[in-house]
Design a protein around this ligand. Structure first.
Ligand SMILES: [Zn+2]
Length: 140
């Protein structure tokens, strides 16, 4: 997918905003997208619905959308099963909205399957980890 098409389909989430440094380079040189397009579509629809700017990568924090397993290991001891490594997850920070409000909007939206609430962001993903279709919610 060319940048122009990306920009048309996902106007609020450009490649540098949702891809890690390695993934961005792969996209720019080989056209490999990395991120799951359905996950990105759902994020864009959520953004359209709530009408609030959402930051994924920002302020030098550039592993908050898709990241490679290698990059994941650099910031986490956790399993390489992270939905971030499958292109299914985003850590989003709202402008002009409280974190707990964003979390409840994400829950009501009903298309995210995992919602984690942290101090400065919420994690959202579309990974149906237990195959139940239910939303899994947690707090940091
Ligand atoms: Zn996350």
């Amino acid at each position: 997918m060319k940048f122009e098409e990306w920009n048309n389909r996902f106007p609020n989430f450009s490649p540098p905003e949702v891809l890690s440094p390695i993934a961005l380079k792969r996209y720019e040189t080989h056209g490999i997208i990395g991120i799951d397009l359905n996950a990105l579509k759902i994020l864009q629809e959520f953004r359209n619905k709530i009408q609030v700017p959402l930051k994924v990568n920002h302020s030098g924090l550039n592993l908050r959308g898709y990241r490679t397993p290698k990059e994941h290991l650099s910031i986490s001891q956790g399993a390489s099963m992270s939905p971030h490594c499958r292109g299914l997850a985003f850590d989003i920070t709202p402008e002009k909205m409280k974190i707990h409000t964003l979390a409840s909007r994400a829950f009501d939206f009903n298309f995210f399957k995992g919602i984690g609430v942290y101090d400065t962001f919420i994690h959202v993903d579309v990974w149906d980890r237990f195959g139940t279709g239910r939303i899994v919610k947690w707090r940091s």
